[in-house]
Design a protein. Structure first.
Lengths: 421, 373
């Protein structure tokens, strides 16, 4: 951690909004439920963040998500011992920082004061976020000698999910349901499955509504706020209480609109698109730096990956949605198309690209993405910075600050040019 | 029939000068397709009379590739992209790229956008390989590859020609396995560099051509008296064992390579194309049967596989040729290096790069390994 960060005098924190407290409670409950279920002798699982949660939810299984857990550990600045442990136990420094935290956690099984995950009895894996997560979870499976229930979501090199992919994914999901039911002794209930999909669809609609408020000028919320609600969106979007969190958040946003206020702390001069995962160990630093130049994050593709669009009860539409939701599982042209649309909708002034050292799938086509999106959007300004979703060693506050300063100037000039025709 | 040394020299020349091979085929009026690591359905191209050439990069400085890839991307991908962008691959009409890892996913897109004169044919292999639906899906995926090749090259790929090519590939597999075995009785001739060149050359010839040479080499080795090797024996594992400067260190230390689990070498030949209803179904079945770290398995078997290789070939050490920034290899290393060490084997990991570098550090470590053994 840099001297700069540790020496900074802490300011009194803004009280958390009720919705944020509710989100925290939902998440804490999800962790605790899993620990209690384990204590009762029930089988509990660890899942990748874009595994169809509808399956476990329908079966009434308790699941935790190591990617979110890694993010929480990093955000609470607790990652260091886990990263060191992993690297001294065979993990290459180059591997995903979430994975390293998790592989170390699997040995240590304690990350207090952050929430702990109970030891898993099974793993649920989908490779729509990346390929390497399969190898990561294989290591966890091998360590605990537990089964992996996997859905291969097949990278889409065409602009749509081909029919053969849909059928292959559907067949895998059906097999997972059968095998997981047999392994856990749970019974599959198709009606409940449809109901879970309905609840998830309602939650999705509310989440979209929240994100869409960012299109207002000035925005009634800070875009970084969305990161505070991602835990429930990943863990419990199939549960009604997550909808309650979103409704509370919407009420708070409406209140801000009525009062002419915003959760963004300052004047909003620039509206930007944040590309990539948050730099969790430096979230507050990033926000503070952006605020200095009146920059608000008004759009991000990352948060929208959990906004799955399907028809309740229809397995094929679920297969299609999970295969096509993440930018990491689709072709570049589709990524450009989505960003061009969002840049227009949210009246974006520029893009910040997080060159995430931990995530090759996000950065190995990112340079072309930068150029193409900018070209497609009237030479939209952009900047990039070197960072890492969870490894604090791969980020420089000075680099970020310098680049943001220059970026603000670029956006200012670009806006002027547009205004002057 | 050429003698053994002539054949080995011939393959050495090809292994070390793939660009000359590309030019030769183009001058002969043949069409060429590039095959990215690790597995592509080469048979489809071969059946249409198109020459499949392997694309494994080369020792090169990265300049143009930096426009697309971050410095911590796989060196093979950086190198391949660099050569495609700078015209080294001119003459290749299309490339097949399997989206087997995260970097390969992205490279399909970088290639499409950046390399305008070469058609990119991405395809996605299955990970849940054993279920029937996986085969159905993969046959569809291979059908799309076949149709794209037909369109780009203006050819027709017939079932009859596919089946004939499958026979050639299976026969070639068998000869490569036979060579790997025979080589261990002639470690005076087949030193680590020669062994590597024999394997590498297969990527830059038609399989029928390579097969013919391999038959002669194997026949020559078979009738020679076995050589009693008194040095130390090792197994190699990883993606590639290059450049030759690294292998020269093994030669200098009188270390013999008696088996490998390298993507560029024996992994290609461990699994034949089995019987099946159609040629493409047979190719799909082959992928389902392969043992490869890029493919999902419920339990990692790499450690067991390496132990079998060690035992079968009388070796006590594995040199891991760890391709820099290769996630799948790095994850598996966590598991098998510990398992092998726990069972008393020596595991040495060496970083492999494709940018010109000296191997002084590797030399010191390999020298130490030779002393320990």
């Amino acid at each position: 951690m840099s001297e700069n960060m540790s020496e900074r005098v802490a300011k009194p924190k803004r009280p958390k909004a009720k919705s944020q407290l509710m989100a925290g409670e939902v998440l804490d409950r999800a962790y605790n439920d899993t620990i209690e279920a384990k204590a009762r002798g029930e089988k509990i699982g660890w899942a990748t963040s874009l595994f169809p949660q509808e399956i476990a939810e329908t079966l009434g299984l308790h699941i935790v998500y190591p990617e979110n857990h890694g993010a929480a550990v990093a955000a609470k600045k607790l990652a260091d011992p886990f990263l060191s442990y992993a690297e001294s136990h065979g993990c290459n420094n180059d591997l995903c920082s979430y994975a390293k935290i998790d592989i170390a956690y699997a040995d240590i099984l304690d990350c207090s004061p952050a929430s702990n995950m109970a030891q898993p009895d099974f793993l649920l894996v989908a490779n729509n976020g990346c390929n390497e997560i399969t190898k990561w979870f294989e290591l966890i499976g091998e360590k605990f000698q537990i089964p992996i229930f996997m859905v291969d979501m097949t990278y889409n090199h065409k602009g749509y999910v081909t029919e053969s992919r849909v059928q292959y994914i559907k067949a895998q999901i059906e097999k997972v349901i059968k095998d997981l039911s047999a392994f856990t002794g749970k019974t599959w209930d198709q009606e409940r499955f449809t109901e879970i999909m309905r609840i998830s669809t309602v939650t999705r609609g509310l989440w979209e509504q929240v994100a869409d408020y960012l299109a207002l000028e000035p925005s009634p919320l800070s875009g970084f706020d969305l990161f505070n609600y991602m835990g429930p969106m990943v863990f419990t979007r199939g549960r009604k209480e997550t909808g309650d969190v979103m409704r509370q958040l919407i009420a708070e946003i409406e209140e801000h609109i009525a009062q002419g206020t915003s959760t963004y702390p300052g004047t909003q001069e620039f509206r930007i698109f944040w590309e990539g995962i948050a730099c969790w160990p430096y979230l507050s630093h990033n926000l503070r730096t952006l605020k200095k130049y009146g920059i608000n994050v008004c759009a991000t593709a990352y948060a929208r990956a959990w906004s799955l669009d399907y028809t309740p009860g229809d397995m094929e539409s679920l297969a299609r949605a999970y295969s096509f939701t993440s930018s990491n599982n689709i072709l570049l042209d589709e990524s450009i198309r989505r960003r061009t649309e969002w840049n227009k909708k949210f009246r974006i002034d520029g893009t910040i690209y997080h060159v995430n050292r931990a995530c090759k799938v996000m950065v190995c086509q990112q340079r072309e993405l930068m150029r193409r999106v900018s070209e497609a959007c009237d030479n939209l300004p952009y900047m990039s910075f070197d960072g890492d979703q969870a490894d604090y060693r791969n980020f420089s506050e000075a680099q970020f600050e310098t680049r943001v300063e220059a970026f603000a100037e670029m956006m200012r000039k670009h806006k002027e040019e547009l205004q002057n025709g | 029939m050429a003698n053994l040394q002539e054949n080995l020299q011939y393959l050495k020349q090809i292994a070390n000068h793939p660009q000359q091979q590309l030019r030769k085929y183009c001058e002969e009026g043949k069409q060429v397709i590039g095959c990215f690591p690790i597995y592509t359905p080469e048979v489809i191209a071969d059946a249409a009379g198109i020459v499949p050439l392997g694309m494994w990069g080369a020792q090169t400085e990265f300049s143009q590739a930096k426009k697309y890839l971050v410095p911590f991307a796989c060196p093979i991908m950086q190198s391949c992209l660099e050569m495609a962008l700078t015209g080294v691959y001119d003459g290749v009409k299309a490339v097949m790229i399997p989206t087997m890892c995260d970097t390969l996913r992205c490279v399909t897109q970088d290639f499409r956008k950046g390399v305008e004169n070469i058609v990119c044919i991405p395809f996605t292999l299955t990970q849940n390989r054993k279920i029937p639906a996986a085969e159905t899906y993969l046959v569809e995926e291979y059908t799309y590859v076949r149709e794209t090749i037909e369109e780009v090259y203006g050819v027709k790929v017939t079932e009859e020609n596919l089946l004939a090519s499958i026979d050639t590939y299976n026969e070639h597999n068998a000869q490569m396995r036979r060579f790997a075995k025979l080589a261990n009785d002639h470690l005076d001739i087949i030193n680590p560099i020669v062994r590597h060149e024999v394997f590498k050359s297969a990527w830059f010839m038609t399989k029928a051509e390579h097969l013919a040479v391999m038959k002669e080499i194997n026949d020559s080795l078979e009738v020679m008296a076995a050589y009693v090797f008194t040095g130390k024996k090792v197994i190699l594992s990883g993606i590639t064992a290059e450049p030759e400067g690294l292998l020269q260190v093994l030669v200098d230390q009188n270390l013999a390579v008696v088996g490998d689990d390298l993507a560029q070498e024996m992994r290609q030949y461990r699994t034949d194309i089995p019987a099946g209803s159609t040629a493409l179904a047979r190719l799909a079945k082959q992928w389902a049967a392969r043992i490869d770290p890029m493919a999902h398995e419920d339990t990692i078997r790499r450690g067991e596989l390496l132990e079998e290789l060690l035992k079968a070939n009388g070796a006590r050490a594995v040199i891991v040729c760890l391709m820099k920034f290769c996630d799948p290899e790095e994850y598996e290393f966590v598991s098998y290096h510990k398992a092998l060490k726990d069972r008393g084997y020596t595991v040495l990991s060496i970083d492999i790069d494709q940018q010109p570098a000296n191997y002084d550090q590797a030399r010191t470590r390999i020298e130490t390994l030779a002393e320990i053994l």
